[in-house]
Design a protein around this ligand. Structure first.
Ligand code: OGA
Ligand code: NI
Length: 360
C-alpha cells in the first residue's frame, strides 16, 4: 500500500502532491513516510538557501549561559553581551524542569503521529479558530520553493479557549511548557532591559515587551535529499524573544560573520534563546535579531517547540515599518540607524516572510 502510494507520488504532478500534503493533511511527514527516493521538485530550494559544509564555521559556537548564576553580575553581563554580539545563546539551569521539557517533546510526537484525518481538522480551511493552525512549509500558497516542515501553531488567548480548541493530545503539556518558559522570558527581559537602563518595568511596558503569546511545534521529517532543501529557510523572528527547545538531532544554524554559519548543537536540558526583530528595534539595534535556518536530516526526524512573545499585531506592523523604512533610507540616515539595519542582507527574505505573518 505504502509502496503503491510512493510510486504514485514519485510520478505525480505537483497538484497531486499538493493535494496529498496540504489538502489531505498528510504533511511532509506523510511524504517522508512513504519512502520517497527523490525530492519532489517543489521542495528544491535555490542554492543560496542551502548551507553547505564550506559555509559552516566548525570552530565557532554561540555562548552557553548558566541561569542559576543569573542573580550575579557576571551572568547578567554574559546574557547582554550574547544578545549584542550573537543575538543567540543557550541557557542551562533555567528553572524549567526536565520533565516539562520531556513531556512537551512527547506531546509533540503524539500530535504529529495522529492520523491525517485528525490533523486535517486543524488546517486553515477547517480549524475551528485562527488561533489553532496545522500546516506545512511556511506559506505554501505563495512560496516558490517549499520547506520540508510541518507545524502546529497555537496562539494563546485564554485557558478556556485553549481547553476548548487546542488538540487534547498535547494541550496540557504545551500549556505547562508555555507557562514555565514565560518565566524565563520575563527574567531575561528584565536583565536585558536593565542593561538599557530601563529599570522600572510597569504593567504597560511589560505587556508591550511580553506581547502576545504563541507556541509553534515543528516537525522536520527524514528527508530523502537533505542537500537540496531546507527545514526553514534563512529568516529572523518577528518576536521580542524566542525560546526554543530542540531535540537531539541538530540542524539549526545561526548566521555569523561574512555569511558563514554556526551550528547550534543540541545540549541536553538546554533552551536556545534568540532576540527577535521587535527587541532589536526597541533596543535601537543594540540587541541583534540574527538570521537563522534549519537544515533537514537524511536519517532522523527532528522536532522543536518554541514559544515566543511578540508585540501585538499593530505594534509589530509599526515596528517592521520603521525597520524597512530605515533600511530603505539607510544611506541617508546612516548616522541614526547604522546598527538597526545590520541585517540588511536578510531584508529581501524578511519582506517576503515576515509581512506574511504580520500583515496578513
Ligand atoms: C522558526 C525557527 C528553529 C527550529 O521556526 O522560526 O527558527 O529549530 N525554528 O525549529
Ligand atoms: Ni526562527
Amino acid at each position: 500500500m505504502a509502496q503503491t502510494t510512493a510510486v504514485l507520488i514519485n510520478h505525480s504532478s505537483s497538484d497531486a502532491i499538493a493535494d496529498f500534503v496540504l489538502k489531505q493533511g498528510n504533511g511532509v511527514k506523510g511524504l517522508s513516510e512513504i519512502g520517497l527516493k527523490n525530492l519532489p521538485k517543489q521542495y528544491i530550494q535555490p542554492l543560496e538557501e542551502i548551507i553547505s559544509e564550506a559555509k559552516i564555521m566548525p570552530q565557532a559556537s554561540i555562548p552557553i549561559i548558566d541561569m542559576s548564576e543569573l542573580d550575579g553580575p557576571a551572568a547578567e553581563e554574559s546574557v547582554c553581551r550574547a544578545a549584542e554580539k550573537w543575538g543567540f545563546f543557550q541557557i542551562i539551569n533555567h528553572g524549567v524542569p526536565i520533565e516539562v521539557l520531556e513531556n512537551v517533546k512527547e506531546a509533540t510526537h503524539r500530535f504529529f503521529r495522529l492520523p491525517a484525518e485528525e490533523k486535517r481538522k486543524y488546517l486553515k480551511e477547517f480549524s475551528p479558530s485562527n488561533n489553532v493552525r496545522f500546516g506545512t512549509s511556511f506559506s505554501p500558497e505563495v512560496e516558490k520553493a517549499l520547506e520540508w516542515k510541518d507545524y502546529l501553531s497555537l496562539f494563546y488567548v485564554s485557558e478556556d479557549e485553549a481547553s476548548a480548541l487546542w488538540p487534547s493530545v498535547c494541550r496540557d503539556q504545551v500549556l505547562d511548557y508555555m507557562r514555565r518558559s514565560e518565566i524565563v522570558i520575563r527574567r531575561l527581559l528584565d536583565v536585558l532591559m536593565k542593561n538599557l537602563k530601563v529599570i522600572e518595568i510597569d504593567g504597560t511596558k511589560e505587556s508591550l515587551l511580553m506581547g502576545s503569546k504563541r507556541i509553534n511545534l515543528n516537525y522536520y521529517p527524514i528527508c530523502p535529499k537533505p542537500e537540496l532543501t531546507v527545514g526553514i529557510g534563512r529568516h529572523s523572528d518577528v518576536s521580542t524573544l524566542t525560546v526554543l527547545l530542540q531535540d537531539d538531532v541538530g540542524g539549526l544554524y545561526v548566521r555569523g560573520d561574512d555569511d558563514y554559519w554556526i551550528h547550534v548543537p543540541p545540549v541536553d536540558g538546554s533552551l536556545v534563546i534568540n532576540v527577535g526583530d521587535a527587541l532589536q528595534i526597541m533596543s535601537n539595534g543594540r540587541y541583534k535579531s540574527v538570521e537563522h535556518c534549519v537544515m533537514t536530516d537524511g536519517s532522523k526526524n527532528r522536532i522543536s517547540q518554541f514559544p515566543f512573545s511578540s508585540t501585538q499585531g499593530h505594534q509589530t506592523r509599526y515596528l517592521l515599518f520603521v525597520k524597512y523604512w530605515q533600511a530603505a533610507r539607510r544611506r541617508c540616515i546612516r548616522k541614526f540607524c547604522t546598527r538597526i539595519t545590520s541585517s540588511i542582507s536578510s531584508e529581501r527574505h524578511m519582506m517576503g516572510r515576515k509581512q506574511l505573518i504580520s500583515l496578513g
